[in-house]
Design a protein. Sequence first.
Length: 262
Amino acid sequence: MPTILDKVQGVFAKKEPAEQSTTALQAAALTNPEGIQAATQAQGTTPAFDHAKVTVIFVLGGPGAGKGTQCDKLVKDYGFVHLSAGDLLRAEQNRPGSQYGSMIREYIREGQIVPMEVTIKLLENAMRAALESPQAEEAGKWKGAWEGGRGRFLIDGFPRKMDQAIKFDEDVCKSGFVLFLSTTEAVLLHRLLERGKTSGREDDNPESISKRFRTFEETSMPVVEYYRERMKVVEIDSSPPIDEVYAKIRIAVDAALAMVAP
Ligand code: AMP
């Protein structure tokens, strides 16, 4: 069985092919035809943020895998800015006067992927705000990780679909690596139903949960596989208790950051 460190080292063992956009097109063709369109349209654009300065770690996993919980812990220890795609969408949904509010509500209740234009714009705006805010500068004194226009982001629950993955890399910032929290559907279901007792979330009910599981398997797992083929996935079993999972995540993140962070 490979250890976490083996897996982390494996992540960076293989260099990405120079013809990245062609590979992206091919992968998109295999997993999602819409991805092709996105990749084609995106060709030739320059990302908004330079990955030599801005480190982006995607945090993926099924609903209830513990993404938010583990991100909160990482923020405290590493000075990351944590952006949750779901939280940003819920905030936009509840923002008075938002033209997207009712559309977002419908997608979330149905466990569907909100159209990428909205999600990516929200993320890009939040990243820019964090990079420009004095608080980020203050929080980011952490080992100089936020000085001189640099920044470190944990983006959780994104990308959930191939088109988002390709568009974000091309238009916003090339991602560093993916932290993938894996566990069984039984564990996920148990956690979500527990959380649903107090979360007040419109999608923590059995009907929405089963739709979210289906969306994750059919639409989001191909994204994980896309990055796995590129040796960019660090997979951690998130079934054990929170602190046990976190201890493994720290080892993995330390090793991965040493290789990708500016
Ligand atoms: P979460 O808070 O991560 O459990 O996400 C809740 C819901 O928000 C999902 O079921 C989707 O409807 C929507 N959502 C979250 N992340 C994304 C994303 N990256 N793209 C589109 N929709 C998303």
